[in-house]
Each structure stands twice: as C-alpha cells, then as structure tokens.
Write a protein that binds this ligand. Structure first.
Ligand code: ME8
Length: 593
C-alpha cells in the first residue's frame, strides 16, 4: 500500500529529523487522512461471517464473529463511503445430518427447526446492530441453484469421481475424522462407544459409495497461493497451522452422502440417490450472496474477506480454496481467524449448561456496552474468558468514567457556560514545541497528546487491516486517558473566563479536548454506533462530518481554519454511558452465586 509505505519511510517524529508539524501535516493536509483515495485500489469489498448451524440457539461466540465482521465492515464504510462498495453477509447453515438429527430428536420437521432457529439468529443480529446487507439461508432456492451449478463445474472439469469411501464420521462436526482423532469411551450405561478426541462428540463408522473430490491434487497449488500471499490468512499463527497441514498427506474428500442416510440437503444433479456434503453446500454460500452463478458475481469475487472461528479453519483454508481453484476461480482475498470465548475458564457447551445468552447480555450491558466489551476483550490469537464482573469493570472504567467523564468535563455548563466549541489560541499553544514566551502555556506532554491523537486514525486503520480490533480500541482508550490527564493537568475549572489572561488558554484547553473527543467519537463508530452518535451529536458534529475522510484533527494547530470553532454544541442528552455497578440488581445476585 503506497501511502502506508510513504508514511513508514517518514518514520516517527523525533527519530527521523522530521518536525512534528511536518510529520502530522503530511498525513492530514497533503492527501487527506483516511479517505476514499486510501482504498480506491479495491473499491469493492465483501465481508462474511460463517453461516451458523440451526441445531441450537445463538450464543456469544456467534455474536462475536458477527461483531468482528460488522466492525470491519463499518470501519471500511467510513473510509469508502460509497454505499454500494461494501457488502456484508451472514446467515444460517440449515442442511446436513446434524440438523436432520436435531429436528428428529426435537420431534420437528427440519424446516420447522430451521425457521425457528434462523429467526433467532436474525433477531439477535438485528438487536445487536449487525449491519449485514444479506442474510442467507441455505434452504433458499437461489442457494440450491448456486450449489448445483458449482457441482456441475467440478464434474465437468473431471474433479469428481465415484468411489467407496469409509471412515469415522462425526455428525456434530459434519466431517470424517482420521483414526488418530478418534478414541473409545464408555458411555453412561457402561457401553463402549467411539468419540472425537477433540470435541468428545460421538462418531460412527461409515462405508458408502460416494462422489469424491480430487483434493489431493491441490496440495501444491494451495502452498503456492499461501507462500505468494502470506497475508491471506491472518493472524499469522493460523497461517502457520495451515502450512503445517499442507506438509502432511492431503487425501481426497468425500463430497456426497447416500440420500437414504442423509435426505436433508441438496441432491446431486442427475443422481437423486446422493445428497451433496453439507460443507460443500455451506461454503458455496459465499458465492450465492454475490449473485453466483449470474455474471454479476465476477465483479465481486475474489474481493471477499471471510471472518471465521479457529474451529473451521481447515474447511475455509484448505477445502474451500481447493474447491474454488478446481472450479477455475481464485481463493478468497482474506481469511480472518479468531479464537474462542470460554466461560469462567470452561468451554461453552449445552451439556455443561454454561452457554451465555447474548440477548440477556445486550439487555444488561446495553447494545453498545456489550459490543464494546466483546471487541475490546476478544483477542483473535487466543481464547478469551467471559465473566460478568469483567464486563462491568471494563465498561464502568472505559466508557462511563474515562470517556463519559471527559465529555462531561468539557461540556458541563460550569466550565463551558456558552455551550460552544471555544476558539483555539495559537499563541498559547504554538505549533512548534519548545517556544517560550509570556503567553505560551502548552507543555511537552501536550505536544505528545496532539501527536498521539493525530496519528490515532492511521494506527486504528492499521489494526483493523491486521484484524486486531482490540488493539484499535486499546489505542483509543489510551488516548482517552491521555486527554483526561491533559484536562487534569490544566484544570480548566480553576481558570476564569472573565480574566483576559486565562480566557484564551481556557478556550484552548477545551478546544483541544473537544477535538480529541471528536476523533474518539469518529473512530468508535464501528464498535459503538449509538454511543458514538450521541457523543458526536453532543459535540455538534453533523452526519456529513463523521467519515474518516473528513477527520482533520485540530486544524487550527496546523494553521488551517476549523469549521467547529465557535459552533454551538449539540443538546445535552444525559450521561454518555451510565455506570453499571450501582443500580443493577442482577449484579448483586451474580456476586452472591
Ligand atoms: O461451523 N467463541 O457453524 P457453527 C467464539 N455451519 N466463536 C465461536 C464460538 C466460541 N466459543 N463458538 C462458535 C459451523 N463460534 C458451520 C459453518 S461456514 C460456511 C459453515 C463461532 O454454528 C465461530 O465463528 O458451529 C465458529 O467458527 C462458528 O461460530 C461456528 O458456528
């Protein structure tokens, strides 16, 4: 990326001889900050979540994947505002043995179970503000057409053959497992059974004549793809895992089951005695949502970034790219992988009864609060543990006290009686650090703050590009703390608007703090959309001034006019984020249990 490399060449201020002003100006005033031009090279982008099984209600892990995709997507929309440029799909995976069995044991027809649970996912995502542009269900006709077309291509290219396939099949994971991944166990009645070593779910020996995909042919092409595009799988430890798998043998893959055994799925075209393997069916959803097999899909593929959990890495990083290469298409643009949420140190599972209901959490912590928590605490590289006190502690300290407190300090009537964005005084805060004079009030730490906030949008963008959203939030939070220290240091409550000596500096302190808040509000939009809206509205920032292209921090410091100076603040609408730890009866209960 040209602009990034130019910036890297510039280096950090103070280490390369480039002055702070030149350094920051080069970022903000020569080519604009993080505007449309920044991403013009690939104006189109598609983000996807996994499509979720409908055998059970959604939990916080599913919501987490959807939130990661949502935040990436919203951040990109702030960079490339053209509404048509970014698509975002999620949905439900409704076929296969797992769903067939879940429906049977619930005494429901599969369609009934699918309708019921798919509606729960849709409702959750609506409530959580997931801004998807498509919700796909694999039982839709458009998807059957796409899957059967894709199958036809593989067949025509000689990549499918019929053969006897045998092995351990795990319905819960919907895959065959090698002997080494299976173990014998005694069940509750003392009978022995076989289970998956990793998940503990039962497996059964299956021997059938199936259609088989020539996966083994794709080992080297996959290795070449990943070596040529090492960013394709992010974060890096997951890339290493895939390359390691590709060092091992890559056997052909069974891609159909006998319809007498699996009837709940898409029939193999021209052979009703076989049903298409649910993973092939599911993976093709990523093409269905961009219009495949109609020609329009070609202008969207391969601009897709898949957001997935580590449990389904092999399906997305080996099977899916191999199937795509087999059908004459490129592998996906990016595969962003995240680890799992555990609960009080344990894996979340229905049988342990520790599944955390995301709707209760949204209700307790508010939509913005819970979105912030999951994205601030969720670290893609390793598993994260969930417990209620952690949520309360984080939200109270970062959203209620630090951010809400800062806003309050700069807008309260007592300190800002005119209710406006005050004027910035360049004599009190000259653009060159180290100047001395009777009116100069800014100190070295104040320049450090300006530098930190000026470079924050780029830092945040880099973290988004590297799928480290928690780091982006950490960086924002650290700047919020720095701004609070700035306000504390200059104690505007001790300065007097009536004094000709104090007034310009008082205005400047508030102006700088409000500018910092404007940057924080803008950058928080992808994660806490309503809270950011409340913050920006309070500052009087209009809807057209909230993109990253418009985000010119502290222009007066760089000798440019500031459109906000003198502007009336927006109306006071109450606390930005009320503290959670005082008024919540459920928390007292949670402490007791
Ligand atoms: O695998 N923590 O669906 P699925 C974080 N239908 N994320 C979690 C999680 C946890 N504890 N548990 C689940 C399937 N997830 C297939 C996918 S895609 C073509 C087909 C998230 O309902 C995570 O994204 O089992 C994981 O990969 C996904 O849910 C699995 O959802």
């Amino acid at each position: 990326m040209l602009r990034i490399s130019v910036l890297r060449l510039l280096g950090r201020p103070g280490t390369s001889g480039v002055s702070l002003l030149e350094y920051i100006s080069s970022r903000y005033y020569s080519s604009g900050p993080l505007g449309a031009r920044d991403d013009a090279r690939d104006a189109r982008a598609v983000f996807t979540t996994p499509i979720f099984y409908v055998n059970a209600a959604p939990h916080i892990g599913h919501l987490y994947s959807a939130l990661l995709a949502d935040a990436l997507c919203r951040h990109r929309r702030l960079r490339v505002p053209s509404a048509a440029a970014t698509r975002f799909s999620t949905g439900t995976d409704e076929h296969g043995l797992k769903i067939q069995q879940a429906a049977a044991s619930a005494g429901l027809a599969p369609t009934e179970l699918c309708d019921r649970v798919s509606a729960q996912f849709q409702q959750l995502f609506r409530e959580a503000g997931i801004s998807s542009t498509d919700f796909i269900r694999t039982t839709e006709a458009r998807h059957r057409i796409a899957v059967q077309h894709f199958w036809g291509l593989l067949k025509a290219r000689g990549l499918l053959y019929k053969g006897l396939y045998e092995g351990w099949y795990c319905a819960s994971e919907e895959c065959f497992l090698p002997e080494a991944k299976v173990t014998r166990q005694s069940d509750s009645s003392g009978d022995s059974c076989y289970v998956s070593l990793e998940s503990g779910h039962p497996v059964s020996w299956t021997k059938e004549e199936n259609y088989i995909f020539r996966l083994s042919q794709f080992r080297e092409p996959l290795q070449r793809w990943l070596r040529g595009d090492p960013q394709a799988i992010t974060p890096e430890p997951f890339l290493r895992a895939v390359l390691q798998w590709l060092e091992e043998e890559l056997p052909d893959l069974s891609v159909s089951r006998k319809s007498s055994h699996l009837h709940w799925g898409i029939p193999v075209p021209g052979d009703d005695s076989q049903t298409i393997y649910v993973w092939l069916d599911a993976l093709v959803n990523y093409l269905t949502v961009i219009g495949y097999p109609n020609a329009e899909f070609k202008s969207w593929w391969p601009t897709t970034s898949h957001i997935i959990g580590k449990d389904i890495l092999k399906f997305h990083a080996i099977y899916w790219p191999a199937l795509l290469l087999g059908a004459g298409m490129s592998p996906p643009h990016r595969i962003y992988v995240h680890s799992h949420w555990t609960v009080c140190g344990q894996k979340m599972s229905k049988s342990l009864g520790n599944v955390v209901d995301p709707r209760t959490c949204l209700d307790r912590y508010t939509v913005d609060g819970f979105r912030y928590f999951l994205l601030r605490q969720g670290v893609p590289n390793w598993d994260c543990d969930y417990y209620d006190e952690k949520v309360v502690k984080l939200l109270d300290s970062e959203l209620a006290d630090a951010l809400g407190g800062l806003l309050n300090r700069c807008t309260a009537k007592r300190i800002n009686p005119s209710g406006t964005y005050p004027v910035f005084c360049t004599t009190c805060f000259p653009s060159e650090p180290g100047l001395v004079g009777p009116s100069v009030r800014a100190q070295a730490e104040d320049y450090a703050l300006v530098n930190a906030v000026a470079t924050l949008p780029r830092q945040v963008a880099d973290h988004y590009d590297n799928f480290q959203i928690y780091k982006a939030l950490e960086a924002v939070s650290s700047c919020v703390r720095q701004t609070n220290s700035f306000v504390q240091r200059h104690a505007p409550w001790r300065l007097n608007w009536e004094s000709p000596v104090d007034a310009p500096w008082l205005g400047t302190v508030l102006h700088v703090a409000l500018e910092c808040l404007r940057v924080f509000g803008t950058l928080l939009q992808p994660v806490t959309p309503s809270l950011a809206d409340k913050l920006l509205s309070r500052l009087g920032v209009s809807a057209t001034e909230r993109g990253l292209g418009e985000l010119c921090f502290l222009p007066r410091f760089y000798g440019h006019p500031c459109p906000f100076e003198g502007r009336r603040l927006g109306p006071e609408t109450g606390l930005l984020f009320p503290r959670l730890d005082q008024s919540r009866a459920w928390l007292v209960k949670a402490h007791r249990t």
